[in-house]
Design a protein around this ligand. Structure first.
Ligand code: GLA
Length: 459
């Protein structure tokens, strides 16, 4: 489990001011500078989590202060410029007990897997009010809103500390949250926002720790309709399943009491079998994995992993990578097919203006979206025929069948409907090509590497 403590484990600095930090197991380059007579360390602005770390020097010890987290690390370098994190001191907040209470009553929202856009992969920490408005306009103009992508969520990087009264403040990029909320509502979109049960978010911005009720009220006043609540630094304060459930429930309850219907999206990377209990803390959807990446290996690992069947909400496989540029159309179609077959939330994350025509087609495919949003939300039955994965999903009317090739080779398989437990349908429609054809009793499929075919069975 990630938290503050394992975030930074080792650091190296050369005498010329260049060095690196070990963060979450990755080596991140940093440069040192002097401002106002004190060292400042800075990661590249392109880093996954761009950081500016203010330091003080006391004898041989360099003290790094992560302002938002309120945590300080002391480092003593050896002659080669290497330092293990020597001490973890100062203002580490103390966990307030958050015992699990009675289940939070359901808010009745998100009766289908939520769909929308989230700023994280496309804009990272460059988000501003202006860019979000541009994205919102693009979602409308490009037909994505009408296809169902209605929540517009500001992920990490909108926060700017707290006021004297404790109220969470946006940073300079967001001059007026209620007006932004109104703009989104006027466009027929929902307003989503992001916070953490820890004192800091994963990118070291202000979290809701100790201010849950106040933040829920503030979000409600801003017109927020959706909250993604990301574990991050809470891992340093809370370790057991009980503690995790208790602190998520505290926000779940605060949202229910805020007077505004707000979808609650849990993000704790699937810990403690969250599909079983996410709804009891007020959750509507919950992530079941670490962060998805725009690489085939990541789509495959998350897409094919088995999870418990969700109770009272949705298993969130993380965001659609379509439009981010790392995969081919064939592979993006397969991500979409898997997410839809598994009734996962469909949240795109690229700047929609970067979408190619074929990617826009993938995202707005009516059959695929209908399979995702089908009211039965039946779990897929998985079969394997030769090297082909064949998934069957019962729909309110008929079935959907996905043929998936997770291998690097062309694969082929012959099969009958009985092989996959189905009666022979009259016709099928191929979701990707739109071609309708009579169904034969026995047939074969051939799939290129990472390719998918999705059929809707028609009587
Ligand atoms: C975590 C989450 C991501 C994103 C970032 C933001 O890594 O899993 O989805 O919200 O934090 O810092």
């Amino acid at each position: 489990m990630r938290g503050i403590l394992p975030v930074i484990s080792r650091m190296r600095m050369d005498h010329d001011g260049a060095g690196s930090l070990h963060m979450w197991g990755d080596e991140v380059p940093v440069t040192a500078d002097v401002r106002d007579g004190q060292p400042v360390l800075e990661t590249s602005p392109d880093a996954h989590f761009p950081l500016v770390i203010r330091c003080t020097v006391n004898g041989d010890v360099l003290r790094m202060r992560f302002t938002n987290v309120g945590v300080e690390f002391d480092l003593t370098f050896d002659r080669a410029g290497e330092a293990e994190i020597a001490a973890h001191a100062a203002a580490q907040p103390v966990a307030t007990p958050a015992p699990v209470g009675p289940d939070v009553t359901t808010n009745g929202l998100a009766t289908a897997p939520p769909m929308g856009w989230n700023s994280w992969y496309g804009l990272r920490l460059r988000i501003t009010d202006e860019l979000v408005r541009e994205v919102a306009d693009a979602l409308v103009e490009m037909g994505l809103r009408d296809a169902g992508y209605t929540f517009v969520t500001l992920d990490d990087g909108w926060q700017g500390g707290r006021g004297a009264d404790g109220e969470i403040l946006p940073n300079r990029g967001f001059p007026d949250m209620p007006t932004l909320g109104r703009k989104l509502h006027d466009l027929g979109l929902g307003f989503g926002i992001y916070s953490s049960p820890g004192p800091a978010t994963c990118a070291d911005y202000t979290g809701s720790f100790g201010y849950e009720e106040q933040d829920a009220r503030t979000f409600a006043r801003w017109g927020v309709d959706f909250l993604k609540y990301d574990w991050c630094s809470a891992g340093a304060l809370y370790r057991t399943e009980e503690e995790m459930r208790g602190i998520f429930q505290r926000m779940g309850r605060a949202l229910r009491e805020s007077g505004r219907p707000i979808v609650f999206s849990l993000c704790q990377y699937g810990a403690f079998d969250v599909p079983r209990w996410g709804a009891t803390v007020g959750g509507n959807l919950w992530r079941v994995s670490y962060d998805v990446e725009d690489r085939w290996e990541s789509i495959e690992a998350i897409g094919f992993a088995e999870h418990s069947t969700p109770v009272g909400g949705w298993n969130d496989l993380d965001m659609l990578q379509i439009g981010l540029g790392g995969l081919s159309d064939v592979e993006y179609r397969t991500q979409m097919a898997i997410w839809a077959m598994r009734s996962a939330p469909l949240i795109l994350s690229c700047d929609p203006r970067d979408l190619s025509a074929s990617e826009l087609h993938i995202l707005t495919n009516r059959d695929i979206i209908a399979i995702d949003q089908d009211p039965l939300a039946a779990p897929v039955e998985r079969h394997r025929i030769g090297a082909v994965d064949v998934w069957v999903k019962r729909l309110r009317v008929g079935h959907a069948v996905a043929f998936l090739n997770r291998t690097e080779d062309v694969v082929e398989a012959r099969m009958t409907w009985e092989h996959i437990g189905l009666a022979h349908p009259a016709r099928t429609r191929d979701a990707w090509t739109g071609v309708e054809a009579p169904a034969s009793p026995e047939w074969s499929v051939a799939l290129a590497a990472h390719e998918s075919i999705v059929l809707r069975l028609l009587s």
